[in-house]
Design a protein around this ligand. Structure first.
Ligand SMILES: Cc1ncc(COP(=O)(O)O)c(C=O)c1O
Length: 452
């Protein structure tokens, strides 16, 4: 079965219905486009066709647009807002911090230590942590640390795994097999030291390690599979990667930007029982304020400028990642409040439960309608639209993306609408059973549009 298509007539009606529902957003988008670069300000702007709706209020699991439409938000700021929009504890923590230090302070205060202690408590593999401002920065830094520590240049990544847009790793991200697509402006030879391999192929991994003996610094992976979409790992693959990297003195980097404090307090490494050498953090650990971080053993993290005043802090043999906003107090305060809320509440369990309900609901509806559509969840991340074909035939990946874009638009047309990403969503701990029932109904309506 091929990728579902819409007739031009249906396609145009969907666009017209969306425009009818969102006239003020359309106007705001036109204005934004006059001043903001075409790829837009928030990522949502890039992904949304014909234009994104503009939000006037966000609370819990719901958002409201400027045209007074209500939506169940399954986008949740790309997974950042795991305890919902506008959580009181985080707001209070930010307000208290602002009372003390103002909006920003690039001097020392205690919050960063408190934040790092909390992260270390749940991620014992991270004895030392470097705090930066985005996952994108942190993955690039993790690779630099691995290269500096091992004295080797080559890095293995997996096709379709997304590690931000940085020039170091953006090759073959988002859509598996896409190569340099989406990444213009970087010389081809920049990736000479990057090897992108298919997932679940242990022989290819072994082959690449053998072929590049003593040249590979690290293997980087999203430890629960490509959270931005794509097929899941076969059971045991991550363990094989750990064993192979250990045997060959290659560092293993877990990009836990999405999975840390989401799949479990201790992230993917806790649920898999696998200890990576380096962990990358982002998203939820900043409680909604920009953040990224890299953690590892004292030894590995020792290649960074160290805290010991006797050490040669500025020596040429160290990495010195300065940043005007590193460990900004508001991110630390929001991050601490979020972690505390996650420690004390039932958010993680609830988000996983809701993901299971959504997955089951989508699959039931697809089955009843005999639609070539399915869903699967990895803890609280739900992937949908992935029929068998995309797993084997990656040449269709962009068509699937197009199909998923249309699905998103149709989901918005419901009342209340449902906000998703193309092909995947992140459940939060505040989504209710009612939210899920609403979402399942929206998926049913969407699949009917294709079937009828
Ligand atoms: C797994 C993963 N790593 C890294 C990043 C980049 O993080 P940021 O958006 O904070 O730059 C993302 C962003 O979606 C991600 O999903």
């Amino acid at each position: 079965m091929g990728i579902p298509q819409l007739t031009a007539e249906k396609y145009n009606k969907i666009l017209a219905d969306y425009e009818k529902k969102t006239p003020k957003s359309k106007k705001l988008y036109k204005e934004a486009n006059r001043y903001i670069s075409p790829s837009g300000a928030p990522a949502y702007m890039i992904w949304h066709r014909p234009y994104p709706f503009f939000v006037k209020k966000a609370e819990g699991s719901r958002v409201f647009d400027v045209d007074d439409n209500e939506y169940v938000d399954l986008f949740m700021d790309q997974g950042i807002s795991i305890i919902g929009h506008n959580p009181p504890r985080v707001r209070e923590s930010i307000a208290r911090t602002m009372d003390k230090y103002g909006v920003h302070l690039e001097l020392c205060e205690e919050l960063a230590t408190e934040w790092a202690k909390k992260v270390n408590k749940h991620f014992p593999s991270c004895k030392r942590i470097k705090i930066v401002n985005s996952g994108n920065e942190a993955t690039a830094l993790a690779v630099q640390i691995a290269r500096a520590y091992t004295g080797r240049d080559k890095v293995i990544k997996f096709q379709g795994h997304h590690h931000g847009w940085n020039a170091v790793l953006s090759y073959d991200g988002l859509v598996a097999g896409s190569g340099t697509l989406f990444t213009k402006g970087i010389p081809e030879n920049h990736w000479e030291n990057l090897i992108a391999l298919p997932i679940n192929d242990v022989d290819k991994l072994k082959g690449a390690i053998k072929e590049n003996k003593d040249e590979i610094a690290a293997v980087i992976m999203e430890p629960m599979g490509a959270t931005t979409g794509g097929p899941p790992f076969q059971e045991g693959f991550q363990k094989e990667v750990r064993e192979l990297t250990e045997e060959n003195d290659i560092l293993l980097i877990f990009d836990e930007v999405v999975t840390a404090f989401r799949v479990a307090l201790g992230g993917a490494q806790e649920v898999l029982g696998i200890t990576p050498d380096i962990t990358v953090f982002g998203k939820a650990v900043g409680g909604g304020i920009p953040i990224g971080a890299v953690g590892g053993s004292e030894d590995i993290m020792g290649v960074l400028c160290v805290l010991d005043s006797k050490a040669d802090c500025f020596g040429l043999d160290r990495i010195f990642p300065m940043g005007s906003f590193c460990a900004q107090p508001l991110a630390m305060a929001a991050g601490i409040a979020t972690i505390e809320e996650l420690e004390q509440g039932d958010y993680i369990r609830n988000s996983i439960l809701r993901a299971e309900e959504l997955t089951e609901g989508i699959n039931e509806v697809a089955k009843a309608l005999k639609a070539d559509f399915s869903a699967y969840n990895i803890y609280s991340i739900v992937h949908f639209g992935l029929a068998e074909k995309i797993k084997s035939d990656l040449s269709n990946a962009l068509d699937w993306l197009e199909f998923n874009q249309m699905v998103r638009l149709i989901l918005l047309l419901n009342d209340p609408g449902v906000v998703t990403l193309p092909g995947h969503v992140y459940m939060s701990g505040v989504h209710t059973k009612e939210d899920i029932d609403t979402a399942i109904l929206a998926f049913e309506n969407c699949l009917k549009v294709y079937k009828e």
